[in-house]
Design a protein around this ligand. Structure first.
Ligand code: ADP
Length: 294
């Protein structure tokens, strides 16, 4: 099964073009939608989750027309929004059972009990199932969010910026959980964190200002810049000069000294070494290019 998006566009009242003729194909497995804040990720996620309408274009999953068969889409959809909203003072078991009832999952109360406890085990919250969700840490809440999104065995799972605010340990646990789920369904993970995509996703795209800038695998992304990224550690004064004269993709302080990465077909200057491009390079490179386009 694959999700085929064609020529999707959305302009908000006020004139912001949040989706500008986006086309891409998303196969089964983990797909990373990478873009900085304001790129249009949530607009795309919310459109696919049937929560808002596009102006034009189509999105088809198997033989399901996502934009026009909303009720059917909701039956096969799991959605973890960016803001999951208010966390009540009820236990995980009670809340998940309530959500299962609302979604029509399970034929009777005892079947629902089984499904709920199975899901809580799967997201590793079974031990704390009787505690109020309001007392959970950020990582536990996100895992609870995945449990509710998995109710009803969705074929399409959409998770919008799920790792923002998680500490490294929580992020790892969350990665492991998502990668297990991603084996059998279409999972779309939107994020501005390059590492999320690198660690988890077999396919990805980069969007910025509503435009699709890259689609492919993370390793294809990296090889697309092979031989054209150069690095040099330099003083802050030298950095200023370099920024005026060269195509600087990024600079990071390493032990207090700027490490500058430059895009160039050949060695851009004295002291630069060729380096293997990473996903962050292509992300910054594409965004810089697109920022210069009207
Ligand atoms: P992302 O999820 O990548 O941060 P969004 O889809 O939230 O991006 O936003 C894309 C652009 O659309 C931004 O410029 C944002 O300000 C604008 N935008 C988002 N929602 C609305 C809205 N309801 N009304 C007007 N503009 C919006």
């Amino acid at each position: 099964m694959e999700l085929v998006i064609q020529n999707l566009s959305k302009t908000y009242a006020g004139g912001v073009k949040a989706l500008d003729n986006i086309s891409m194909t998303i196969p089964t497995g983990m797909f990373g939608l990478l873009g900085p804040n304001g790129a249009g990720k949530s607009t795309l996620m919310r459109t696919l989750a049937t929560l808002q309408n596009a102006d034009s274009g189509s999105a088809v999953l198997g033989d399901l027309d996502i934009l026009n068969q909303k009720t059917k889409v909701r039956e096969i959809l799991g959605y973890l929004p960016q803001e999951f909203g208010v966390y009540p003072r009820t236990s995980a078991t009670t809340l998940l059972t309530h959500l299962a009832t609302l979604k029509g999952v399970g034929e009777n109360a005892s079947q629902r009990r089984e499904i709920v406890s199975g899901l809580l085990q799967r997201v590793n919250l079974y031990e704390v199932r009787s505690k109020a969700v309001a007392t959970y840490s950020g990582g536990m809440r996100q895992r609870f969010g995945i449990a509710q999104a998995l109710l009803g065995d969705p074929k399409l799972l959409i998770v919008d910026e799920p790792t923002a605010g998680l500490d490294p340990g929580e992020r790892n646990r969350f990665y492991n959980l998502l990668s297990e789920v991603g084996e059998s369904v279409v999972v779309i993970l939107s994020t501005h964190i390059v590492e999320d995509v690198k660690e988890l996703c077999t396919n990805m795209s980069i969007i910025h200002r509503g435009r699709l800038l890259f689609a492919g695998s993370p390793s294809q992304a990296e090889t697309s810049l092979a031989g054209r990224i150069w690095a040099k550690s330099m003083s802050k004064d030298e950095l200023k000069k370099c920024q005026q004269e060269m195509d600087v993709i990024s600079n990071k302080l390493i032990e207090g000294r700027p490490m500058v990465r430059v895009y160039s077909d050949s060695r851009p200057g004295e002291g630069f070494s060729p380096i293997d491009p990473n996903l962050e390079d292509i992300f910054f490179y594409q965004i810089k290019r697109n920022s210069n386009v009207a």
